[in-house]
Design a protein around this ligand. Structure first.
Ligand code: SAM
Length: 266
């Protein structure tokens, strides 16, 4: 029988480790991420509408980051807990919630994996959007199921490259990426083992990032992933094929499939 939890621990988690400690990684990227996401508020609003929230609900936003979902959720429910391991990401969430005058948000700086769930009440709905930087995913899924009374929504990567376009991921991580199941597949299979029958839906997203020039894009990607000269040419080709000049910047488009995994807690 496939040991999905081991696959997550052995194969997926090293990708996170490559980026260093999670809190540190997100602390460094908070500002960039906030500015990029604040350009596209309407898409978060639309996704929140799909959660079928009720005015009386208490909601937990796991890995809430800059509050992209926490804030529109807070406008529709009684209380939201936003938990995140990165202090810097939470600073943006706090600033935005104050700007909006929202008094029903509790922000918690902690790693969800080790967070003592008895510190908060049981919630009606939990959501996690690309935010499960955890080691023991099976334990974490059980934890989410136990602390939620009604609905759980997990949005996660449904393609082999995870946050990278799968063609770029093959350049960065090598051919063996083909043998690594995406997060969504691992989570889906673990839930089935736990006796949960989740709804599973994949959405095709395009992730756009802006660079001053194509050389700038290649330099940033090769430096970030510490790629040797041998791979530079491949990255150059990828960037050439997938970027367009918008009159100001070069916009690199990457395919990113995101699964929406939902279940009703029994
Ligand atoms: C890709 S961002 C997504 C943020 C937010 N959910 C959104 O969609 O805008 C991932 C966030 O999850 C947080 N995160 C990752 N692993 C975590 C963990 N184990 N516990 C708490 N937060 C975590 C990171 O600090 C980061 O803010």
């Amino acid at each position: 029988m496939t040991n999905w939890n081991k696959i997550w621990k052995d194969k997926k988690y090293p990708m996170w480790i490559n980026k260093g400690d999670i809190a540190n990684y997100w602390d460094k990227n908070a500002a960039k991420r906030f500015h990029r996401l604040s350009k596209n508020r309407s898409s978060s609003e639309k996704q929140v509408e799909e959660l079928n929230l009720k005015r009386t609900d208490v909601v937990l936003d796991i890995g809430c980051g800059t509050g992209r979902f926490t804030i529109p959720i807070a406008k529709r429910v009684k209380t939201v807990y936003g938990i995140d391991v990165s202090k810097e990401m939470l600073k943006f969430a706090k600033r935005e919630s104050e700007k909006e005058g929202l008094k029903n948000i509790s922000l918690i700086n902690a790693n969800f994996e080790t967070f003592d769930i008895n510190k908060i009440e049981k919630v009606d709905v939990s959501i996690s959007y690309n935010s499960l930087g955890v080691y023991d995913i099976k334990k974490v899924l059980t934890k989410i199921n136990n602390l939620t009374k009604r609905d759980v929504f997990i949005f996660t990567f449904a393609e082999k490259g995870e946050w990278l376009d799968k063609r770029l991921a093959e350049i960065v991580y090598g051919e063996h990426i083909k043998d690594i199941p995406p997060s969504a597949e691992i989570i889906y299979n673990l839930l089935k083992e736990m006796g949960i029958e989740p709804d599973f839906e994949v959405r095709h997203n395009v992730w756009k990032s802006e660079y001053n020039s194509m050389e700038d894009a290649v330099k940033k990607i090769t430096e970030f992933y510490k790629l040797g000269d041998g791979l530079k040419k491949k990255v150059e080709n990828f960037v050439k094929e997938n970027s367009v000049y918008n009159g100001e910047k070069y916009v690199l488009s990457q395919q990113r499939d995101i699964a929406k995994i939902h279940w009703r807690v029994k």
